[in-house]
Design a protein around this ligand. Structure first.
Ligand code: GAP
Length: 445
């Protein structure tokens, strides 16, 4: 398929600028240090962005840890000593080939250039320098002395925390393979060409799980996790046509990988990666065992066998996934007199589940509106808004993706009932305050 045909069939083509503008205007993401002109493709998550991102991570944790008895959690340190990255291979291999344009002085990744001798920034040919390998890890110093003994790195992935804690976690939990260790947290890469909003940034959040299995069971669990992970995205609202699992070709595989597949989403610029699922064999544990001198093995008392488990790794990006949810949820609906912008987010991902909207600012409605807010806020993240017309407030909540608006009107004072308005259909139900939480709970499961 040519790029053009692909873009023609892409339901998300043309949405990019609109989503970025909405994110800025409604408080999802802001450019970091914006008042100083912004800081090198870093972003701050605003009042609704922080909720969205937390919901993505919470939905992942729920599926990967809470609902499973074979996966436990971890929160390892971000700063690490060089030995970890020496053993993992990152010090040597975590590099991108970098070229500089002598004409415009822009820097590019050679492997991402459409034409290897043309600068994509200024169009000049023959102006690119020889490629040199550029390590993507951020280096810093731990402690007051900037000597080589104190060198530390910000982790470029959360995964190594799970490998180096394998024995600690196994001993503490007495888990027997197959079992997994999951972690959500920040990672840092000095990307040469960050871009596409929060798709590729230098500081980002990952959601990774290392699943340790008996050596012969790698392929079986690799297939299992490919299916599970695809299903997770579908369960949380990504349309099947905008999602695919792409197995890596043999020449794309890392030398230790016995199989890798990417979960890809159809971004406005085309198919791109949300998550990688890899069969990493016994590479990581063996490397750390060799470099640390510690035995990183499992001893099976039942069979008297000792072995180095193999690892299946589903490694996803939280910030990237949040962006995919926003893009696929973004919709413009033509109504009689206007265009309604609505984020049709899955209710688990939506920042607010409920918005409480008194019909007017009249004092008579306020006590009941506050009573209803206290009732729903106890269960769900809720917004409260009493400014502007009710129509404008509905539109605002549509743009935030709030599944339910609860309106308190003057009849409420008589019948103790409220109007519940549904985001997607705009249908309205009258529900008594006594039953409101049950009504919402049935729909927000
Ligand atoms: N432990 C394996 C690992 O880190 P990866 O494919 O390099 O694998 C996993 O990263 C996921 O982390 C990616 O699929 C992507 O979602 C996310 N990710 C990686 N680099 C990123 C960046 N610069 N900005 C945002 N997300 C990134």
């Amino acid at each position: 398929m040519t790029d053009e045909t692909e873009q023609h069939d892409n339901p998300n083509a043309g949405k990019f600028d609109k989503v970025v503008a909405l994110c800025h205007n409604r408080g999802f993401m802001f450019r970091s240090a914006e008042i100083y002109g912004g800081f090198r493709s870093t972003y701050d998550y605003g009042p609704v962005g922080v909720l969205l991102l937390r919901n993505v991570k919470e939905a992942w944790w729920r599926a990967m840890v809470q609902l499973r008895h074979d996966v436990v959690g971890l929160d390892a340190s971000i700063l690490g000593p060089p030995q970890v990255w020496e053993a993992s291979g990152h010090l040597q291999n975590f590099t991108d080939p970098l070229v500089d344009c002598t004409e415009c002085r822009e820097r590019h990744r050679l492997d991402k250039l459409e034409q290897p001798d043309t600068c994509p920034s200024c169009g000049a040919t023959g102006t690119l320098t020889e490629a040199r390998q550029f390590n993507l890890m951020f280096k810093t110093h731990a402690g007051p002395v900037e000597d080589s003994a104190a060198v530390a790195y910000l982790r470029p992935e959360t995964a190594q925390g799970m490998f180096i804690n394998f024995m600690n976690v196994q001993r503490a939990t007495r888990k027997k393979p197959p079992f997994g260790i999951a972690q959500v947290g920040k990672s840092f890469r000095n990307e040469i060409t960050p871009g596409n909003f929060v798709f590729r940034t230098r500081e980002f959040e990952q959601m990774e799980m290392e699943y340790f299995v008996p050596p012969g069971e790698g392929p079986k669990w690799y297939d299992y996790w490919c299916n599970e992970r695809m299903q997770w995205y579908l369960d949380h609202g990504l349309p099947p046509k905008q999602l695919r699992l792409r197995p890596h070709d043999a020449d794309e595989l890392s030398h230790y990988s016995a199989g890798t597949s990417d979960v890809e989403f159809q971004f406005p610029w085309g198919w791109d990666e949300l998550e990688g699922i890899a069969n990493r064999t016994d590479y990581d544990l063996s490397q750390h065992a060799e470099h640390s001198g510690e035995r990183l093995e499992y001893f099976d008392q039942a069979t008297n066998e000792r072995y180095v488990p193999h690892v299946i790794e589903p490694a996803a990006g939280a910030t990237r996934t949040a962006m995919a949810f926003l893009i696929s949820a973004y919709d413009e609906e033509e109504l009689e007199k206007e265009t309604r912008t609505v984020l049709r987010l899955h209710h688990r991902i939506a920042p607010y589940k409920v918005a409480v909207l008194p019909l007017s600012r009249k004092d008579t409605l306020t006590p009941t509106a506050h009573e209803v807010l206290a009732l729903v806020a106890d269960r769900w993240m809720s917004d409260y808004d009493e400014t502007q017309s009710i129509g404008k407030r509905y539109r605002r909540q549509d743009e935030l993706g709030t599944p339910f608006c609860v309106t308190i009107d003057f009849d409420t004072l008589e019948d103790r009932a409220v109007t519940v308005r549904h985001r997607d259909s705009m249908a309205q139900d009258r529900v008594s305050i006594d039953r409101l939480n049950d009504y919402l709970a049935e729909r927000l499961r």
